[in-house]
Design a protein around this ligand. Structure first.
Ligand code: ATP
Length: 215
């Protein structure tokens, strides 16, 4: 018996007005993978991932995530996935433990926030304001927020952009450790990377063509 993929994307197309952001994209992600969607700036990576995690609705094509339809089953899906937001910001003076507590209140079955803070190496920063965290510490906090509902599938968006090589390695070690606990990761990068266990590339030529004008 073949296992159902965690993410199934078939012939997805998404336009914004006359801009074709995603054109006939298909890929599968299996359980336990760190999957990377790669392509140059503007190739449609974020749009594709937003269609997969239910933030956007494709014009056509088929998407199934954990066996659910991201459009029809959005609320059920949100309980089971975690999303790290690109270039996310929080209030300058929200403390690490307050942010984790706030996120926990959004879910039916959150994990223990204090334990999560420890696991992410932020124990000493528990009472620190967001504005005082380093870039790497902020990324750790955003991973903690994405993990607060103990998701089966975690979306990471250019997670280590802007970090120095040491911080980047530390974050990826962290992700690999979480993956060993049976989680699946879906990520995106502008260029190829060695951290992914599988990748799918979006060719620049398939995107941003001008769509035929409507009737
Ligand atoms: P980057 O690597 O720069 O983050 P990306 O591969 O994630 O880029 P998208 O952000 O998905 O690419 O954008 C794909 C195309 O769709 C681009 O031409 C972009 O200008 C366009 N686009 C994205 N979001 C919108 C929107 N809300 N309205 C109109 N056009 C959009």
């Amino acid at each position: 018996m073949t296992r159902q993929p965690v993410i199934h994307v078939a012939s997805v197309r998404k336009t914004y007005g006359r801009t074709v952001a995603v054109d006939e994209v298909s890929f599968d992600v299996q359980a336990g993978e760190i999957f990377g969607l790669i392509g140059p700036n503007g190739a449609g990576k974020t749009t594709t991932m937003e269609c997969v995690d239910g933030l956007r609705v494709p014009d056509r094509g088929l998407i199934a995530v954990l066996g659910l339809d991201p459009k029809r089953d959005l609320y059920a899906l949100q309980e089971r996935i975690g999303v790290q937001l690109q270039e996310a910001q929080l209030q300058k003076r929200i403390k690490v433990r307050e942010a984790v507590g706030l996120w926990a209140s959004l879910y039916q079955k959150p994990v223990d926030g204090d334990r999560l803070i420890e696991q992410l190496g932020l124990g000493e920063k528990r009472n620190a304001w967001f504005m005082t965290l380093s870039g790497g510490q902020k990324q750790r906090l955003f991973i903690a927020l994405a993990l607060i509902n103990d998701p089966e599938l975690i979306f990471l968006d250019e997670l280590t952009t802007g970090l120095d090589p040491q911080a980047r390695r530390a974050i990826w070690d962290l992700v690999r450790g979480i993956r060993q606990r049976g989680k699946t990761f879906a990520t995106e990068w502008p260029s190829s990377t060695t951290v992914a266990s599988s990748t799918s590339a979006l060719p620049p030529s398939s995107c941003n063509d001008t769509a035929p004008s409507g009737p």
